[in-house]
Write a protein that binds this ligand. Structure first.
Ligand SMILES: [Zn+2]
Length: 174
């Protein structure tokens, strides 16, 4: 399906290291794959969403699902997720991928170590996040949505534990 311009695909390049310009189908970007693809039952039960019955700080009414994706490079242990934020109308119709959020649950020191000497550009901060990913769709209310997500989801230790557990399940899944 993909069109390769260069000779060999370069699997190792990490989105957090930048330069990933090509917005593929926008559902999968590079080595990241949806949790749902490997653990559909758990993903159905345990994917977080927010329902806004009225507009909040510029974020329109709707249902926002936060679909976890994880890195599928078996040699990589980057310990972060990219969340595809999919908005539906309140009746469940018209799904649209509106934003991509990056988030790493480890302390900043972990990502500094992980990046080694490349960390001068605060890439560790971008890996830890939560940030709007460079390959995210453009979203007029993206920052407000990011704040909303941080305040209502990431503030919950149970939610963060859940993401970590999903990461482990994802990596163990066949
Ligand atoms: Zn990785």
């Amino acid at each position: 399906m993909g069109k390769r311009r260069k000779s060999a695909p370069r699997k190792k390049k990490h989105p957090a290291r930048g330069r990933r310009r090509k917005p593929q189908s926008s559902t999968e970007s590079g080595v990241f794959l949806r949790f749902y693809e490997r653990c559909p039952k758990i993903a159905e039960r345990e994917t977080r969403s927010i329902t806004l019955l009225k507009q909040s700080r510029g974020v329109p009414v709707g249902q926002y699902g936060f679909l976890e994706t994880f890195c599928q490079d078996p040699s990589c242990d980057c310990r972060r997720t990219m969340l595809l934020v999919v908005r539906h109308e309140l009746d469940g119709s018209r799904p649209e991928h509106v934003l991509t959020i990056g988030y790493g649950w480890e302390p900043l020191s972990f990502y500094r170590r992980w990046l080694g000497d490349l960390s001068g550009l605060d890439m560790a901060g971008d890996m830890k996040g939560p940030v709007i990913e460079p390959n995210s769709p453009l979203c007029a209310y993206g920052h407000a949505l990011l704040d909303l997500f941080a305040e209502s989801c990431l503030s919950s230790p149970r939610y963060v534990e859940r993401i970590k557990r999903h990461y482990e399940l994802f990596n163990k899944a066949p």
